[in-house]
Design a protein around this ligand. Structure first.
Ligand code: NAP
Ligand code: MG
Length: 487
């Protein structure tokens, strides 16, 4: 195992202890702001994975027998420990994947809130009383856990996404094996250390790092993993879904987006600009719910464009750890190259760059994977930059004549995750709510984000049509027994 002091090597967490993988290999997690190594994580093997799944399988037998209150108390403890370590976890997130410290702290606080929400679920109802046709009988439904849950998570929300999968899986009596994105695995290890310190029974929660093609695919294939919950790209998600379905496992896929924000002629343009900035460029455009297509009605196109460019000019790009940074780097060199590729495609396809398209000039920022916030003008729906997920700080301005045309353009992509409209007209709002293909529908609000107590997921290619968070998680992480007792 590589140990490069003072850089820390992070281990797997299996059966209640931190341990090295069996391969002797590690993977580096790189800071995209300056290419420093943030830490090394285990490049685990299938043998390590088998060990983690076996530990979870054994632990689940007892875990499911605890009361919801007992399980909830441990989640409350994990929440307190995460809250106590919020600054350290957030800093690790910023160093690993570049989002600003303010955003990283907000996300970690959200992780704490998710833990508390699901801790409380331990005291809520887990079934219904159903009238029986036989008056002397008792009939009820009872929600029960499924077994071992395999959670595969992306790098863009290194705390919130693992927690919104792990916390509900655990509270409903499942055991978990978490495989985090390699780009965000150091932060994941710090989150799991909070569970360790909370005193969960050994084997109930396990962390295993390694290559997606080995550990992610291995989880999807493993016959003892009853449930797969995945968030990430469409190409990987599709493959995981097919693998899980082929062996009869329950699965859930949350994938990409190409989210539209419609600006009607009667919109409050200042509010709309603020929503496009926040929903399109925060986290360097690397949220699955980020706005990437800004569909503007022709009556306000020029005025909106002017206001947007003026606002984008004020964005301070820099290292996410610096207090005055508004937007950090792309999360990795790969991500940087992808964004540059799409900017080039936009130019080749005949769209004009109004601002950005390049990288910051300063010597310090040249060490990192920075792209300036970029706005394309006159993008049409057939262009690649209007169709494919870029996952970067790139906005495509599209001009339409009517709201009907705006909705048609908005729906003209394979994705359907989030969508927004800015208008003051109630009938336009209602038409939009009815006709838009999106799992998250916003009116006079940015496309990005969702409240943790509400269902989250997309339509069309953005999801496997299941939902996460809030009560939807109970539906996913349990199955129902219908019980009939003859009196
Ligand atoms: P990704 O490349 O699909 O990776 C996601 C996870 O899958 C990582 O843990 C990755 O491990 C693993 N993986 C990679 N190749 C695999 C394979 N062949 N078999 C099994 N697992 C594999 O996605 P990402 O780049 O991390 O995240 C960005 C994507 O996530 C974007 O498309 C974004 O829209 C989507 N996203 C969706 C949501 C949502 O809720 N809808 C939320 C956030 C992000 P390694 O890191 O080791 O490769
Ligand atoms: Mg990194």
């Amino acid at each position: 195992m590589t140990t490069l002091s003072p850089i820390k090597t992070f281990l797997n967490y299996i059966n209640g202890s931190w341990q090295a993988g069996s391969s002797d290999e590690t993977l580096a997690s790189i800071n995209p702001a300056n290419r420093e190594v943030v830490g090394y994580v285990q490049s685990s093997t299938r043998e390590d994975l088998n060990e983690a799944v076996e530990a979870a399988k054994q632990a689940q037998k007892e875990w499911r027998k605890l009361s919801g209150t007992e399980r909830g108390n441990l989640l409350f403890k994990a929440a307190d420990i995460l809250e106590k370590n919020l600054d350290e976890v957030a800093e690790s997130m910023t160093r690993e994947m570049g989002k600003t410290l303010t955003e990283a702290k907000g996300e970690t606080a959200r992780g704490v809130a998710i833990l508390r929400y699901y801790a409380g679920e331990g005291m809520r109802k887990m079934g219904d009383l159903i009238p029986a046709s036989d008056g002397t009988a008792l009939q009820f439904s009872k929600r029960v856990p499924l077994g071992v849950v395999g959670a595969i998570t992306p790098w863009n929300f290194p705390v919130a996404i693992p927690i919104w999968k792990v916390a509900p899986a655990l509270i409903y009596g499942n055991a978990v094996v978490l495989k985090p994105a390699t780009e965000a695995a150091v932060t994941a290890a710090k989150v799991i250390e909070c569970f360790n310190q909370a005193g969960f029974p050994k084997g109930v929660i396990n962390l295993i790092t390694g290559k997606g093609s080995v550990i992610g695919q291995g989880l999807a294939e493993h016959q003892d993993v009853a449930v797969i919950t995945f968030t990430g790209s469409n190409s990987v998600g599709k493959q995981i879904g097919q693998t899980a379905a082929a062996r009869g496992a329950k699965y859930q896929l949350e994938m990409g987006g190409k989210n539209p924000i419609i600006i009607a002629n009667d919109a409050d343009l200042d509010q709309a600009v603020a929503a496009v900035l926040s929903g399109g460029l925060k986290s360097t455009g690397q949220k699955c719910t980020c706005s990437s297509r800004v569909i503007v009605q022709s009556g306000v196109y020029e005025e909106f464009k002017e206001k947007l460019i003026a606002a984008v000019k004020t964005i301070k790009v820099g290292n996410g750890l610096d207090a005055d940074t508004w937007m950090g780097p792309c999360a990795s060199e790969d991500q940087y190259n992808t964004v540059k590729y799409y900017i080039q495609k936009g130019i080749e396809e005949g769209s004009q760059i109004l601002i950005g398209g390049d990288s910051p000039e300063s010597e310090e920022l040249k060490q990192g994977f920075y792209v300036n916030p970029t706005v394309f003008d006159n993008v049409t729906t057939n262009m690649i930059i209007a169709q494919e997920e870029i996952f970067g700080p790139v906005l495509a301005l599209m001009k339409v004549e009517s709201i009907e045309e705006a909705i048609e353009v908005a729906n003209d992509v394979e994705f359907g995750l989030s969508a927004s409209i800015f208008t003051k007209d109630i009938s336009k709002m209602l038409t939009f709510i009815d006709d838009i293909d999106a799992g998250l529908v916003r009116v006079n609000y940015e496309t990005a984000g969702v409240e943790l107590q509400a269902p989250f997921g997309g339509m069309k290619a953005s999801s496997s049509h299941s939902r996460e968070q809030g009560e939807a998680a109970k539906e996913f992480f349990t199955t129902t027994k219908t019980v009939f007792i003859k009196g």
